[in-house]
Design a binder for this molecule. Structure first.
Ligand code: FAD
Length: 413
């Protein structure tokens, strides 16, 4: 896979054995790192974590700043990296504001897609093949709506069965995550106050003139990959240090200033699923990550919680820490377990619901074709057989680069 990671990447630090340059996806160091990055890294050092300037290099272990997918201080999304530069091609049409509702089949051959868009219900025909890239939560939903999935479930919703594929929607994996949050008096952090409006205005001015300043932040500016037990071969938890108070994914706002730190388990054993709520493509699917159903995950999170607390309690944070917001009082292992059960959540890395493989539960083969069907591939995070031990965006783009080569090779045949 390394050649495809390198192919996708334009790392502003330059190419090396692990990184590419000249690829569409721009990877950069933050242009205006927040002063709290240094505080976090010093705290990590005090807690005994080694320093690491490149998690995506020879070794993952240690604490360091995150590189970001940005170009000129702006998010370099997969749309701006890949679709923008290809917009003028005569063989590309982009239809926005449209929802694919079903893959169309003739027998077991995919022949097109039905969608509802600005012009109402429409069908498009595929000259060669159909590629689903609706992500780990919605590619399985789209397959199920199209009659590809566990036969009994499809029949229950009155969906004609094209193929009984029991694995569609199974094997959902994500990183269970817990967030520590602290109140602080420092105005270097993001927060809500009367004076924040003035800071934002200044930040906006700097961003519009120089593409620098606070507004170029990715919020999770630094982090760590750590072993909760020194005898482990590889890190088992990841930390994301955030320069604001994070509560309920940023939906619950708090007056004042603060900082947070996520800790997630990198190789969870618990497995969930995505199912249909109804046969209506506009209904969201039912998603159950089944977090902490395997007792080993709760114990892994417990060790990760203690390690992270050690970092956040380090002297480097003493001048800035006013109070801990969510975990006060949880000291014994049982108290920590109970707070983990109450507050652990996901960190946006769902994968695995159209898993690649060759066993009966696998959905796609090694060329990402839906097994048993013709001219239909799935290309997104859903095909990962197991969750990667890190963030999932670059690996998904790597999968797409590999898929492009597979598709071109089969078109040549
Ligand atoms: C809040 C958040 C923060 C994240 N932060 C990071 C991070 O810092 N680093 C990192 O590496 N990863 C991060 N991730 C994860 C990363 O974004 C995903 O792993 C990656 O985007 C997965 O790519 P995908 O192509 O599988 O799915 P997606 O990126 O979800 O793409 C699927 C697309 O299909 C569209 N779609 C779905 N159903 C239909 C339909 N029926 N018709 C038409 N279109 C449809 C969706 O609108 C979407 O645009 C984050 C995710 C979230 C949600």
């Amino acid at each position: 896979m390394l050649p495809y990671f390198r192919k996708s990447e334009n790392n502003e630090r330059g190419a090396d054995e692990y990184h590419g340059s000249g690829g569409p996806l721009n990877v950069a160091d933050l242009r205006s790192p927040n002063p709290f990055v240094k505080v976090f890294l010093e705290a990590a050092r005090q807690a005994g974590l080694p320093a690491n300037g490149d998690f995506n290099g020879a070794s993952q272990e240690g604490a360091g700043p995150y590189q970001v997918t940005q170009k000129n201080g702006e998010r370099c999304s997969s749309a701006s990296a890949y679709i923008g530069p290809a917009r003028s091609r005569s063989n590309l049409a982009v239809i926005t504001g449209a929802r694919a509702t079903r893959v169309l089949f003739e027998g077991t051959r995919a022949i097109g897609v039905a969608y509802r868009g600005p012009g109402g219900d429409t069908e498009v025909r595929a000259a060669k093949e159909v590629v689903l890239s609706a992500g780990a939560l919605q590619s399985p939903q789209l397959l199920l709506l199209s009659g590809v999935g566990p036969g009994p479930m499809l029949q229950r919703f009155g969906i004609p069965v094209v193929q009984d594929t029991p694995g569609v929607g199974r094997n959902l994996q994500d990183h269970p995550d817990f967030v520590f949050a602290y109140r602080s008096q420092s105005r270097d952090l993001f927060g809500i106050s009367v004076s924040a409006a003035w800071y934002m205005l200044k930040a906006w001015w700097e961003y519009s003139r120089r593409r620098r300043g606070m507004l170029t932040t990715n919020f999770a500016e630094a982090g760590a990959f750590a072993k909760t037990d020194p005898s482990l071969e590889l890190p088992d938890v990841q930390l994301h240090f955030v320069i604001a108070i994070m509560d309920d994914h940023g939906r619950r706002l708090h007056w004042g200033y603060g900082y947070s730190c996520h800790v997630c388990l990198l190789r969870p054993k618990s497995v969930g699923h995505v199912r249909l709520k109804s046969a209506d493509p506009f209904d969201a699917p039912l998603i159950d990550p089944n977090f902490l159903s395997d007792p080993a995950d709760l114990e892994g999170m417990l060790r990760g919680f203690k390690l992270t607390r050690r970092v956040m309690d380090s002297p480097a944070f003493d001048p800035y820490r006013l109070s801990e917001m969510f975990t006060t009082g949880a000291r014994s292992d049982d108290e920590i377990r109970s707070i983990l059960r109450a507050r652990a959540d996901n960190v946006y890395h769902p994968v695995g619901t159209c898993r690649m493989g060759s066993d009966p539960i696998a959905v796609v083969d090694a060329e990402l074709r839906v097994r048993g069907l013709e001219r239909l591939r799935v290309v997104d995070a859903s095909i990962m057989p197991t969750l990667v031990a890190g963030n999932t965006n670059a690996p998904t783009i790597m999968i797409a680069e590999k898929a492009a080569d597979l598709i071109k090779a089969s078109a040549r045949l």
